[in-house]
Design a binder for this molecule. Structure first.
Ligand code: AMP
Length: 487
């Protein structure tokens, strides 16, 4: 059996690892650390929860012990797809780097440019960033990439999903060719293999689980549900209430607005719940995550972007309120539970129209998933005919919507006229909010004709959860503009 002392890490790092309570390296650590210390490129294929963060943080700390950073010239760069993941990696540097005096700078959206600037000015040994914010700093001339010795691309498949690849290609061109590159992905679709071929030179490939597998310790069940949101919410509550052993759970939705709606609904029904989605500011997200980790809330309703790779030990249950559209997301979501050999349970609500997504998931994980109480055919017949009726109405409304531009939430409001007043008020509020938001967007678009390139880039960044785009000069108003004009 390999022990940490066999891997070639420095005494300072080994002592911090011991203090963290870890004695045996995980397979990704045992496989990646020795070649990383030899300055080899690494292609790491590992799911979240396998200890991959320490797999790159520990060798980086050892390698960084010699040398110092110069102002605005970071020595290493780690790219993460979301703010939370970036913050989590920074926490790993705090934990394992406690015997070092390294400057770690975190460049993420939703945080003032000025504070980040000061860190860059001091010289960063480690720069951890989301691609959008990194490029913003670079474009403002606050950053030089020519001293980067180690370049880490983490969660590459998620970067691909979020449309970050062009930014990453741009960033990679700014870093010296002689750098060492450590590249991690949970899955290896062909686009990611192509990227790895482009970025890595003779990499050591370390694969710790077959791509797209789910942990054997997780009990997975499908739950047939009608398609409408209020029925899905009722079904979700029913499964939650049927489980006696929920310690804490993450409930995944596909869309940000559904995260907010479901959270409000659970809260109203007396569940201890919180929400995590990309429209929340950084401070609220961190507070929410902290409360969840500290067991102050039991249910965290989250979107994929917000929850990707979060280090939340011992989540007992995962609920997929929406079946994921990308089959790989199923693997990532389920990976939140059953970590480090623990037992876990994952329930996925499936509606009739979800059949193709379910097929893709079962194909990807190469196994059928058991139904909890009978498959879609077991849905009550009376409700079935209602659903067909609803679907017909739904599709009429959809085509109307396409013309009018009104939201799905609004459809739901019309359809749900006979629901309980509690749920009705909730949906009405959501619909009104949605309409107000759309109107605001429309007004905003009319007021601010941006050129197409800028607009699509900005929208992409917002979709990618990378924080608000600064308005005008943001925090960085050039000094000459602050000089009072002569009378
Ligand atoms: P990660 O896959 O990097 O998100 O890590 C998942 C979890 O495993 C984190 O809570 C780490 O603190 C923990 N961990 C990392 N290395 C080890 C190890 N060698 N033994 C036990 N747990 C570990």
């Amino acid at each position: 059996m390999t022990i940490f002392a066999d891997l070639g890490l420095s005494p300072k790092v080994l002592s911090a690892v011991e203090d963290a309570g870890y004695s045996t390296p995980t397979p990704i650590q045992a496989g990646a650390i020795p070649p990383a210390l030899e300055r080899k490129d690494i292609l790491g294929i590992a799911q979240t929860g396998t200890g991959k963060t320490a797999g790159f943080v520990l060798p980086m700390l050892t390698l960084l012990e010699n040398g110092r950073a110069r102002a605005r010239m970071p020595r290493t760069l780690i790219l993460e797809p979301t703010r939370e993941l970036a913050a989590q990696v920074a926490e790993n540097f705090d934990k394992y780097g406690k015997n070092h005096k390294l400057n770690v700078a975190l460049l993420i959206g939703g945080v003032s440019f000025e504070d980040q600037n000061r860190k860059l000015e001091r010289g960063a040994d480690v720069l951890i960033a989301t691609p959008g914010r990194l490029l913003d700093h670079f474009e403002r001339g606050k950053l030089l990439m020519s001293a980067v010795e180690i370049f880490v691309i983490d969660e590459a498949d998620r970067m691909l999903d979020m449309g970050f690849i062009p930014d990453i290609e741009r960033i990679a061109k700014l870093i010296p060719f002689t750098r060492q590159t450590l590249f991690f992905s949970a899955t290896m679709p062909k686009e990611i293999q192509g990227l790895a071929d482009q970025f890595l030179q003779n990499p050591v490939r370390v694969e710790v689980a077959p791509p797209s597998s789910t942990a054997k310790t997780v009990t997975q069940r499908l739950v047939a549900s009608h398609a409408k949101d209020y029925e899905k919410r009722a079904k979700l509550r029913e499964i939650i209430e049927s489980q006696t052993n929920i310690q804490n759970a993450i409930i995944f939705c596909n869309r940000k607005k559904d995260v907010a709606t479901l959270f409000r609904s659970l809260d109203r029904h007396g569940f201890s719940a919180g929400a995590l989605h990309g429209d929340m500011d950084q401070r609220s997200r961190m507070t929410m995550l902290h409360n969840f980790k500290e067991n102050n809330i039991k249910f965290l309703v989250a979107s994929d972007v917000a929850a990707r790779g979060l280090d939340i030990p011992a989540v007992s249950h995962v609920f997929n309120y929406d079946i994921p559209i990308h089959a790989e997301d199923y693997v990532h979501r389920i990976g939140r539970t059953g970590r480090a050999g623990r037992e876990g349970a994952a329930f996925t609500l499936v509606c009739k129209s979800d059949r193709k997504y379910l097929d893709a998931i079962e194909k990807l994980i190469d196994q059928p998933i058991e139904w909890l109480d009978g498959d879609l055919n077991a849905l009550p017949a009376a409700a079935d005919s209602n659903e067909r009726e609803d679907n017909r109405r739904g599709s009429k409304n959809k085509s109307r919507n396409r013309k009018s531009g009104s939201s799905d939430v609004h459809n739901e409001t019309v359809e749900k006229a006979n629901e309980s007043s509690d749920e009705k008020a909730e949906v009405m509020n959501a619909a009104k909010k949605e309409d107000r938001r759309e109107n605001r967007n429309k007004r905003g678009n009319n007021r601010q004709p941006a050129n197409d390139d800028n607009r699509s880039r900005r929208n992409r960044r917002e979709d990618r959860d990378d924080g608000p785009t600064p308005v005008g000069f943001g925090d960085d108003i050039p000094a000459f503009m602050l000089i009072a004009a002569k009378a």
